[in-house]
Every structure is written in C-alpha cells, then in structure tokens.
Write a new protein. Sequence first.
Length: 229
Amino acid sequence: MHANNETGVIQPIEEIAGLLEKHPAFFHVDAAQTFGKLIKPLQNKRIDLISVSAHKIYGPKGVGALITRRRGFDRVPLKPLVFGGGQERGLRPGTLPVHLISGFGLAAEIALKNHQKREAANLRIRAALLKAFAAMGASIHGEQERVLPHVINLSIPGVNSEAAMVALKDLVAISNGSACTSANYTLSHVLKAMGLPDDETLSALRISWCHMTPEVDWDAVTARLASLR
C-alpha cells in the first residue's frame, strides 16, 4: 500500500525498491490513493506491478488497471481470475468497457498535467484545517512529514467520532474510518496497530478533500465540535 487510506501516511516504496534491487521477489504496489498524485515514486523501475483505480483521479467508477512491467524478457507470472475467453493473453475474458477505459485514460492525462496545482490547492485546505483544529488540542495520527496533502486522521479529546459525524452532517461530510469499512463499527485496525489507546481511537475522525472542495467554515466546524464536550 503506497499510502494508507485512513491516515494518509505514505510508505517508503522507493526505499523498499532499493532493498529489493537484487532480490527475485515481485514487488506489487497498491497505488489507489497515490496514482496521478505522487508521480516520481511510482516511476521506480524496480516496481513490478501497480494497481490503480479510475475514480480516485476523478475518472469513471467501475474501472481500474493492473500495470505490469517485464523483467528483461520475462513477464510477471499472472494467472486469470475469470475464465472463458482468450482475450488479453488469456488473462481476462469478456468485452472490455471501452467508454470506461477511455475516461480513465483521459483522467490520467489530466491528473499528470495538473497534479502540482491540485496538490497546492489541497495543501491550502490542509493548512486552514490544521490551524482550526490546533486550538481544540487535536491529536494528529501518523507521521506528518510523510502524508498525503488531502487526507488527515485526528482525535479531539472528549469528542466521540459518531457524535461528531451526526453533529457536523449539515456542515461537512466526514467519517471515522475508511469507506471500505463504513458498515463496520469496530475500532480501526489501522489505529490499533499504531498503538493508539481505545479512547483516542473512538474519537478518531478521518477527513479528506480534493482540489475542487469548496471553502469550508472551519470555525463553525470546531465550534460545533466544542459543543459536544
């Protein structure tokens, strides 16, 4: 996983690639959170496979890609998950969704062209958010020197995350975990693995945004949260 979907923490895949330089293991990077956003690390030639998703770069939902790189004349030894036809060198039978693929391709081109502008816009939002929540004594989870500019995970002392989501529903849409576990109310396995105590995990909020996010009244957000204490 190139970047964690709950905390936004970026893993050192370039360092990992360096350690694997002369090792026969195949290196797969889940770049759903970083493709089209962190360009240089994913260009490392030691990476054998990269998995990506179109909707993460504002392309159509329902399409993704597994990018593979040869090692000399050798292909990555992939096996099909679905059987029936001989298309795509026997890896994927069925008719390809051309409209989704085309949309994904265009979204990737735009993301590459505009990634610096998008990052700058996200950092401006992050700075305003951090300034507002600092006054509440918020604890920010994860090493902040290596995080995505558009994801943050934090806990506010005395504020339960479920209560916060209800209180803020007419101001901002936030979560207390990843979208993948939205129906699961157990404590975040990510935060537990990081060693956070249960009370801090119960108050953890995940906030994400993008370059198109409209201006947020963070003073109103923090005032509403303060009323829950």
